[in-house]
Write a protein that binds this ligand. Structure first.
Ligand SMILES: C[S@@+](CC[C@H](N)C(=O)[O-])C[C@H]1O[C@@H](n2cnc3c(N)ncnc32)[C@H](O)[C@@H]1O
Length: 275
């Protein structure tokens, strides 16, 4: 059964893909940005009420994210990293846009999204031999097993990215995910994610339940919002070290009316190396 929360997640996934098409983005010499743009053809980003969403409203939020993750992929390739694992890849086109000889891409997402992406890739006239799609539900699966089965080499350094993923997972599943990828990360590997951050001092469970009640009428797909310190601790406890922890790179996501204050929820960009 498709829930309201599923419908909202579908819309957000498609907004991300359609939004990025609006930006002028880099690509590698062997990359195929036209195929990347075509990958999202026909997506509509329908909201749970059945209306087309207005992508332009999300562009400010998406604008800093795309170059941040694009640059990480370019930097990793330049540094000789030969594996890019995209966690919750959705319709992200980076595997096509940043194709580079010798670099393998692994796009992980829920089974129905992976299947749809496979159909879309097949319909494109572009080389996808360097890309492996792997179906996974991070709420139940062990990401380390999934990566091993997909052909990921745990002895080679890897760039792991998770753009706008972990807020849709429960906190315990985020911890398992961080630990799972840490187990596949040799020295030199990098993990970069977006994390939803609330001001220090607030109760995270209350923030999440307030989002659910005020913004989604009890059907929120958003499950993990924490203080920055809690995020840094979570990384540390699960094998990752956030470099330059005092430098905050972020974009304001939304304001949340709490009991006695308006809480600014930010999307922060956290990049870590193996601890
Ligand atoms: C907002 S979308 C972002 C997609 C992509 N990273 C991007 O920026 O375009 C979040 C993605 O996480 C995936 N996702 C959410 N929960 C998941 C889970 N439990 N297991 C696997 N993937 C999940 C969704 O299917 C979706 O494609």
């Amino acid at each position: 059964m498709t829930t309201q929360a599923d419908k909202t997640l579908t819309m957000i996934r498609e907004v991300c893909a359609l939004g990025r098409v609006e930006f002028d983005r880099p690509h590698t010499a062997e990359g195929d940005p036209a195929a990347g743009r075509a990958l999202g053809q026909g997506l509509q980003a329908i909201d749970p009420g059945g209306e087309l969403s207005d992508i332009s409203l999300s562009l400010d939020l998406l604008a800093p994210r795309a170059p941040y993750f694009d640059q990480l992929v370019l930097n990793a390739i330049a540094a000789g990293t030969r594996q890019v694992v995209n966690l919750g890849a959705g319709y992200d086109d980076r595997a096509l846009r940043f194709r580079h000889s010798g670099v393998l891409f692994f796009d992980l997402d829920l089974p129905d999204i992976t299947a749809d992406k496979a159909r879309r890739l097949e319909a494109l006239d572009t080389d996808t031999t360097h890309l492996t799609l792997a179906a996974v539900d991070f709420a139940t699966a062990d990401v380390a097993d999934v990566l091993a089965r997909a052909g990921h080499d745990a002895q080679q350094s890897t760039l792991f990215i998770g753009e706008h993923l972990v807020l849709f997972l429960e906190p315990l599943d985020v911890a398992r995910l961080l630990a799972g990828v840490s187990g596949r990360a040799v020295t030199g590997s990098i993990l970069a994610i977006t994390a939803e951050v609330h001001p220090a001092g607030l109760d995270s469970a209350l923030v999440v339940s307030t989002v659910d009640e005020m913004m989604f009428a009890g059907a929120s797909p958003l499950h993990t919002i924490q203080s920055r310190d809690a995020w840094l601790t979570l990384f540390k406890e699960n094998g990752w070290h956030v470099d330059n922890a005092d430098d905050v790179t972020a974009v304001n996501h939304f304001e949340l009316p709490m009991a006695d204050q308006i809480a600014q929820i930010q999307t922060q960009f956290l990049t870590a190396t193996t601890a």
